[in-house]
Design a binder for this molecule. Sequence first.
Ligand SMILES: Cc1cc2nc3c(=O)[nH]c(=O)nc-3n(C[C@H](O)[C@H](O)[C@H](O)COP(=O)(O)OP(=O)(O)OC[C@H]3O[C@@H](n4cnc5c(N)ncnc54)[C@H](O)[C@@H]3O)c2cc1C
Length: 476
Amino acid sequence: MILDDNTIHDISYDAIICGSGPAGVSLAIDLERSGIKSLIIEAGDEFYSEEAQKKYIGKVEGSFPKDLSLLRLSQFGGTTGHWGGVCRPLDDYDFNQWPINKEELNKFKIPTSNFLNIKNNFGEKQLNSNLKIIEFLQSDLRIYEKYYEYIKESKNIFLILNTSITDIVLNDKSVKSIFIKTPFKKIAIKSRLLILACGGIENSRLLLWFREKNKNFLKDSPIGKYWMEHPFKLIGSGIANFAKVREKFKNDFYAFDNFRNWGNFTVSLAPTKKMIKKKDILNSGVFLTLHDRDNTSLKNNIKDLLCVAPKLSTKIVDLFNKKLLCGLSVSSSWEQDAEVFNKITLTKKIDHTGIPEIKLDYKISEKTIQTAKEMVSQIGEYFISNDLGRIAFDQNIMERKNFLSDAGYHHIGGTRAGSDENLSVVDENLKVFGMENFYVLGSSVFPSGGHANPTYTIVQLSFRLSAHLKKKLLEV
Ligand SMILES: Cc1cc2nc3c(=O)[nH]c(=O)nc-3n(C[C@H](O)[C@H](O)[C@H](O)COP(=O)(O)OP(=O)(O)OC[C@H]3O[C@@H](n4cnc5c(N)ncnc54)[C@H](O)[C@@H]3O)c2cc1C
């Protein structure tokens, strides 16, 4: 049911969920299955609005590429309004720093796949002891299309749009009530359970703000710290025997052919657990793409030249003012390590909801760069030993130049889960340390990000949190 400021006090809610992205909506949908009443508070409108989007403005210090207000969407359905839909779970060895393991999350793979409209298994095929072929799946989920009418008709899910949470009122170890700002007024509502699901930057921002307003709340907690992205970049290119490459990497997995107009054959590779350990690198997803073409045009000849004589061909390309790719490109979306200096902090500038804007400090570590280099090396060696062709590093990776990478737009960490409250913000059940009824949901709780796109794991965590909350509510 859709509410407004006149009707919001008509109902007594079991849970208040802030944010209607995949995290918040999947949680509300699953709670409803047990008759649990939840209120979703969404800062954005039904669709995109400049007014809602304004709160995402922030300052960036360091090597982060984009304006922060361009990446995320503040509207019903959150950022999935324009996400790419690429899904994959984390690997079991991505959970080394987590308070839970992959098996624990696997229990929720069926509802997760149903929510995301994908099948529930992901293929893998070992190439050698260092490399494996992996499968990503493509979700067509648009939350508005799948769930807006459903929520409108629901008797147990209530939604208020254009409304932001702006403060919490604490009573010892509980959130007694919250303040929300609608377009017309500021209202207090009672809270039995509060779940913050406002996205991978806003979760940190709001907790930092609540700490500023409430003495002793999360006093020594590392809120905002250990923030991560998935760098996304062209890391190498090469020349290859296309027929042999197609044969060698043959698989039955979902293929990214023509995804983003990359080319007409793409295979996704990743390092094995053994290689990650042996080389002391991070996890990595690498996309090997063949760019088919004939050899008759000058443009195509320059493309080939680019692989063997990059300096000369770059000069020629510059003359044409064009960006050209080799016959084979190696791009990657890979893990970044969790470092305390990559962090979100509050600035003095206040947005239209009365909350300070953020500053993001962000640097790419040597180990992150080394991971990309190692992957190009390993794939290069595999090409030589199997007589498939030659692969070269992208010059920017070698020289650490222009490392303003394209990011995956995956905002990870900042309210990380763990067992030590000095190093983490929420416990293994995603409950804020020291609080009895306050939870955080989303990729901000990931202590490490692996290389897989985060939304599949976010939704798994959401179903796990739902199981925990149901138990808690039924016990009372
Ligand atoms: C261009 C792009 C492509 C992407 N492609 C992929 C992909 O292919 N695969 C993948 O797995 N991930 C992808 N992502 C990331 C994916 O979109 C996020 O992981 C996912 O949307 C996070 O879900 P969430 O519910 O935690 O947050 P969000 O989707 O960001 O939703 C948070 C919601 O909270 C609301 N909110 C914020 N502050 C407040 C407040 N104070 N009060 C009330 N509500 C508030 C916001 O308005 C928003 O609607 C992509 C992201 C971008 C930008």
